[in-house]
Design a protein around this ligand. Structure first.
Ligand SMILES: [Zn+2]
Ligand SMILES: [Zn+2]
Length: 146
């Protein structure tokens, strides 16, 4: 597994590559992600369309197999204020595998910043598509809902 750079974008093939890109983005952001979770639908599918509103702190994933819409993490608490917009890869594909990561407050398990990294199933681009300050409490409980 290895990330490769083409132009300004990074490409990878495994969830480890996506996690590595998320971590590097989070370090640059000043709040290093220390816990990670990949998204999986109740039906077993791992590819999704993604809609987010970073201002509101809302992310929605839509399963490409069964069509179930899932509010990621604590998004349900903020959805009324949100205007989520769909993400598209630079290759125009809108289907992704999703990796979530959170940083925590030092000496605690409490979420501090939330990152969502995508892996494009068409062109293999990996990148953090959305992130925001997150006060969701216990990081493990939060990541169980992504
Ligand atoms: Zn599904
Ligand atoms: Zn792509």
């Amino acid at each position: 597994m290895a990330l490769t750079k083409k132009g300004e974008f990074w490409y990878g093939t495994t969830s480890g590559d996506t996690q590595a890109e998320l971590r590097s983005y989070s370090v640059a952001n000043g709040y290093e992600a220390v816990r990670y979770a990949s998204s999986k639908c109740n039906c077993g599918c791992r590819t999704f369309a993604l809609q987010t509103d970073e201002e509101a702190g809302v992310a929605i994933r839509i399963c490409t197999d069964c069509g179930q819409k899932h509010l990621m993490g604590d998004s349900a608490d903020y959805i009324e204020e949100a205007a989520p917009e769909a993400h598209e890869c630079v290759c125009e594909n809108e289907v992704f595998e999703l990796m979530s990561g959170v940083s925590v407050y030092e000496g605690t398990h409490d979420a501090r910043w939330y990152y969502i990294a995508c892996h494009c199933v068409e062109c293999n681009l990996v990148g953090v598509f959305a992130d925001w300050k997150c006060e969701a409490g216990d990081a493990a409980a939060f990541l169980a809902k992504v």
